[in-house]
Design a protein around this ligand. Sequence first.
Ligand SMILES: NC(=O)c1ccc[n+]([C@@H]2O[C@H](COP(=O)([O-])OP(=O)(O)OC[C@H]3O[C@@H](n4cnc5c(N)ncnc54)[C@H](O)[C@@H]3O)[C@@H](O)[C@H]2O)c1
Length: 336
Amino acid sequence: MSKVSVLGAGTWGCAIAILLANSGHDVTIWTKIEAEARMLNENRKSMKNLPGAQMPDQVKITLDLEDACNDKDLLVMAVASPYIRSTSHIASPYIKEGQIIVNVSKGIEDGSLSTLSEVISDEIPQADVAVLSGPSHAEEVSRGIPTTIVVGARTKETARFIQDVFMTDVFRVYTSPDIIGIELGGSLKNVIALAAGCVDGLGYGDNTKAALMTRGMAEISRLGVKMGGKIETFSGLSGFGDLFVTCNSKHSRNWNAGYLMGQGKTMQEAMQQVGQVVEGINSAKAALALAEKNDVEMPIVEQINLVLFEGKASKDALYDLLGRDKRKEYKSLDWE
Ligand SMILES: NC(=O)c1ccc[n+]([C@@H]2O[C@H](COP(=O)([O-])OP(=O)(O)OC[C@H]3O[C@@H](n4cnc5c(N)ncnc54)[C@H](O)[C@@H]3O)[C@@H](O)[C@H]2O)c1
């Protein structure tokens, strides 16, 4: 049994707390938001964002960050991506040397273009920061639906420790040394999910969506490898696995926002209707900046940015993608 604190009491933080508590760990959830803590305490048996799931009574809910960080074997960072830096900053004084923190949030920081584990390491340099990512909707994990995921860590020992803590008979955890590849796949797939939502909203078919997903992953892996990720990671759980689930699921807020835009709504209207943070919208801007910085061609990312921020019609964006110059599928594959 390990002592674990989950920082962030959103949908994913709660699902992870349920998973860990049900396998016998001593779990605390910290949130900065008083109303969220109160709601969670009052509604353990009927959670609005996790229908059919129950928060075990033994899970402690606290507003005291020092208490949450002290004397824990593992901290799970699960606040929404825009708050990773501020949360890490206020937690840092309570974090001991070598404390393992596993980041489960997805995104690229605005401005710095850092991955979220880099942001945590910036603010908490004494921590051993790892990542956990893959096709894992909170709604399903919280109900014990079989799920697989990958943990990326600096050392084999840390990866195996996190694997041991999380693994159950329905939650299978693989290990990997490729932290940057895992994080880039997990963040950038949200951008492609917006585009996939758009083509579904426009009423196109399976062929069109498969094309977007496949060529979208080609863009993500081109950028990811240039930034130091390993090519295998992009066809793995945090790469194609997560892209697949995000582009094909009713649970995905990115897909839903894209769907509404495909039906003619503006980005603002779509965000309002989805009613939660649509991280792909921030990630789209960041992906474009990373593509420019690393001199990588990302045509789908370019077009989705025009749809999101310049009011381009999604149908025009799709036809501009189809009408690009002829080319080979892979530059690396050629005739002798
Ligand atoms: N929901 C999922 O199925 C799922 C699965 C895998 C990964 N993720 C990732 O996990 C992260 C969290 O997602 P979520 O679905 O739980 O989002 P959410 O919107 O349900 O929860 C985000 C949480 O962030 C915290 N927060 C909000 N404002 C804050 C502030 N100012 N300071 C500190 N904390 C604050 C709150 O506890 C809030 O509940 C995202 O990056 C998401 O991509 C989500």
